[in-house]
Design a protein around this ligand. Structure first.
Ligand code: GMT
Length: 391
């Protein structure tokens, strides 16, 4: 056309490497769901992790899994995971002709990716790196001075950077000297998957008398303030028959259990541990509680909304970006258990009112539906690949 040469980029079916934590944490869940969705759209996705990611279950064509082996040696008090990861990245990128590497959670994935990129550069292979910042890699762990210089350097060396909320983007610029743009791509949820009918038999086991079911799911770290969950439940429980489900596990579980004993609510609280089938659990519950001191986004709350559940949360971090006050639930200040309890009772006290909140939460989750967000990542990949060609 007009004699202008057209750039032809093979981005319609890309070969993508994804690096993440394979555990139950939000960043690993998000990265895994992203990889699965990309594979379903015809891209070839290679996961590089030290363990099969929890949400990577069942056979999906186009998905490949490469385990990072970390050999031990008596000399190593600390086996060098980052070195093993960088070497695995090099191997997988070369042997599968990957076109780009997308790492989730900066530490140590972004610096390992930088190392792999430099090694490959020496062999004439150019691999663009995209780093997605998830939260504590910036706001907590990343700020520790033992990590901060490497975190800042490796973020700056990435070809593209994304953050899961505007708040996290702002926090990153506030704390680190970042010389590049950070694109906000919000987390997503597959609303179809979470739109489940409750399994009646399961609901009966948890709430035999039709009690309201409250739920909290997290890694029980200090930042989640799980004792506030127990306190809110205690207040609700004084106003109406109710049960509380704790999903997940972590260091503050014992604190939560102890508080349940002190408040004498143990008979109405169940700790069900780490669960893979979140959609079935969420389907039976009435209200999700997220009392965190900070959440960059709060993926667990979004999944709850997608399952048709209102949310009571704090207004910390990126939570105001996904919550709509008085519509999908309510936000309160961090630690303001009294106000959050009043909100919870207000939502739960009346069947019709509860149903209204449930419908609104389910409808709002569509804003963050996987179908709307995946194209943003694809567009970013395309832009990065085109950028590589142009340079
Ligand atoms: O919440 C955690 O401690 C886990 C952490 C993670 O990286 O797995 O979650 C962070 O990333 C999620 C996915 O992007 C966000 O939804 C969480 O809000 C964020 N957690 C924090 O910022 C504390």
């Amino acid at each position: 056309m007009n004699g202008i040469p057209t750039l032809v980029v093979e981005y319609y079916s890309m070969r993508i490497g994804i690096v993440c934590y394979p555990t139950f944490g939000g960043s690993g869940v998000l990265a895994t769901e992203l990889g699965k969705a990309l594979a379903q759209k015809g891209h070839q996705v290679h996961f590089i992790t030290y363990q099969q990611p929890v949400r990577l279950n069942g056979y999906i064509p186009n998905i490949f899994y490469h385990e990072v082996q970390v050999p031990t040696y008596p000399l190593f008090d600390y086996p060098p995971y980052e070195t093993a990861l960088a070497s695995t990245m090099v191997d997988v990128i070369k042997n599968n002709s990957l076109q780009l590497l997308h790492v989730h959670y900066a530490i140590p994935h972004a610096s390992a990716a930088y190392m792999a990129k430099k090694i490959l550069e020496g062999e004439g292979i150019h691999i663009p790196v995209i780093t997605t910042l998830h939260g504590t890699d910036i706001t907590l762990v990343g700020r520790d001075k033992t990590y901060a210089p490497v975190v800042a350097f490796s973020i700056n060396q990435s070809d593209a950077i994304t953050a899961v909320s505007q708040n996290l983007r702002d926090e990153t610029f506030k704390f680190f000297k970042i010389e590049k743009n950070i694109e906000v791509i919000h987390n997503f949820v597959d609303v179809e998957r979470f739109n489940r009918k409750p399994i009646d038999a399961f609901k009966k086991v948890i709430a035999p008398e039709g009690e309201r079911i409250l739920i909290h799911a997290s890694n029980f770290r200090k930042i989640k303030r799980v004792e506030d969950v127990v306190k809110i439940f205690y207040s609700v429980r004084r106003k109406m028959p109710a049960k509380l489900l704790f999903v997940g596990d972590g260091p503050e579980r014992a604190t939560a259990e102890q508080l349940c004993r002190e408040l004498k609510v143990c008979d109405d609280v169940r700790f069900v541990g780490k669960q893979e089938q979140m959609e079935d659990i969420l389907a039976i519950a009435d209200l999700f509680l997220l009392t965190s001191e900070y959440e960059s986004f709060g993926l667990a709350a979004l999944e709850a909304m997608a399952a048709g559940m209102p949310v009571i949360s704090t207004n910390a971090g990126g939570l105001p970006e996904i919550m709509v006050q008085g519509v999908v639930g309510y936000m309160g200040n961090v630690g303001d258990v009294e106000t959050m309890s009043e909100y919870a009772v207000d939502i739960l006290k009346d069947e019709e009112r509860l149903q209204g909140f449930k419908n609104a939460a389910a409808a709002h989750a569509h804003t963050f539906d996987i179908k709307n967000i995946i194209p943003l990542y694809e567009k970013l990949y395309e832009d990065v690949l085109i950028g590589q060609l142009v340079h």
